[in-house]
Design a protein around this ligand. Structure first.
Ligand code: G
Ligand code: G
Ligand code: MN
Ligand code: NA
Length: 253
């Protein structure tokens, strides 16, 4: 398979790159952090989005190795930005199911954090509900070991899976990310509006912070701010971009 040999070479030839999408307080102005998003800079195909190759990485068993590279590169970039005086508080990294349940993930993350020199609290790990619900006992054990290292934990695509509220309460998590499918219909769509309000209220009653993703309009931003959503992320505010562009956009302090 051409894709397989291409992917095996991509790592050693350093064809993977991270783009970073800014996240803001719901004033839409104050930068809080960035989400690291993997792309493949392919010699012929150009910039390939993760949906086109992450499933293949999973199947080939390469997703753990690439995932470790993503974690390392995101932490190194965070250290660079901080050295450049950029006011980025945290970098958020998506974990795949295989990566989450790979042995010694905590030890590898501890080593990555230490090598980068960033404060562990500057790293956030994004997990989906389905990753956590596969084996709840195992997930609890892994989450607790990760939390002890210092990173915060966010539940990505929240509302699309089926996490039990009972587990949500027990898991040591910090942030719910409202899935963009619910942000789509805001503010006019009555169902989406009710779901978004319910997620915000539930997050706050569980003492969790809540961020909405996929914000594409001013009206969506207004709704989310008025209803107490803590943070926002989406094309209306900023698209994912290379690290250097973020530096240009924000300027150095
Ligand atoms: O950037 P884009 O919208 O194309 O991302 C599509 C999907 O790929 C999203 O669900 C996102 O969470 C996932 N993704 C992006 N980068 C990474 C990564 O580094 N690791 C994993 N496991 N998933 C990622
Ligand atoms: O599953 P996850 O939340 O990690 O997916 C993140 C992906 O969502 C990113 O790759 C990014 O390209 C995409 N994304 C970010 N903001 C928006 C947006 O406002 N609209 C849409 N349609 N996609 C977005
Ligand atoms: Mn994500
Ligand atoms: Na998401």
């Amino acid at each position: 398979l051409e894709l397989e040999s291409d992917l095996r070479h991509a790592l050693e030839q350093q064809q993977f790159v991270l783009h970073y999408q800014p996240q803001f307080l719901s004033d839409g102005k104050t930068l809080t952090g960035v989400e690291a998003l993997l792309r493949w800079q392919h010699p012929d195909r150009g910039l390939v989005p993760p949906g086109d190759f992450i499933p293949a990485l999973e199947e080939l068993g390469l997703v753990v190795e690439v995932g470790d590279w993503v974690l390392g590169e995101a932490c190194r970039q965070m250290a660079r930005w901080q050295a450049q005086g950029l006011a980025v508080q945290k970098v958020s990294v998506n974990l795949s199911a295989r990566q989450f349940s790979s042995g010694r993930l905590g030890q590898r993350i501890a080593a990555i954090l230490q090598a980068s020199g960033i404060a562990p609290g500057c790293l956030e790990l994004e997990l989906t509900e389905s990753i956590l619900m596969q084996d709840v006992g195992e997930a609890m054990r892994i989450l607790e070991s990760l939390k002890r290292l210092g990173p915060s934990i966010a539940i990505d695509d929240f509302g699309t899976g089926y996490s039990s509220l009972n587990y949500l309460k027990q898991f040591p998590i910090d942030v719910l990310k409202i899935d963009r499918s619910f942000v789509d219909g805001l503010p006019a769509g009555e169902q989406d509006a009710q779901i978004a309000r319910a997620i915000i209220a539930m997050a706050h009653s569980l003492k969790l912070s809540v961020i909405a993703e996929g914000v594409e309009t001013q009206a969506q931003l207004d709704f989310l701010r008025e209803h107490g959503c803590d943070e926002v992320q989406g094309f209306y505010l900023a698209r994912p971009m290379p690290a250097e562009r973020l530096l240009e956009m924000l300027g150095s302090a």
